[in-house]
Write a protein that binds this ligand. Sequence first.
Ligand SMILES: [Zn+2]
Ligand SMILES: [Zn+2]
Length: 97
Amino acid sequence: MSDTSANSVEINDALFCQHFKEVCAVCSFDGREENDAFFGFDPIDREGLEAPPSSVNKEGQHQCKKHGSTACSQCYGWKKQITRARTAAKKAGKKSS
Ligand SMILES: [Zn+2]
Ligand SMILES: [Zn+2]
């Protein structure tokens, strides 16, 4: 069990810390495992994602500043970004546990 939910924000179904990082040393947050599992991947040691600048809309949901969308496929296309990070991690020879 982790207590990641307390200070986390959810953006288009992915979890980030309050600094909009998937992995953050400041608040010892690591949302990779949950995000990988959510998007159907086996968690591996990969680079953490970072959410682009966002604002909060009337419903309290985060939307990208660039396009004003809470489910922006460009800014919040996590599945694509996770896939990219996984490929990079595998290329770098990090071992998946
Ligand atoms: Zn943080
Ligand atoms: Zn966007």
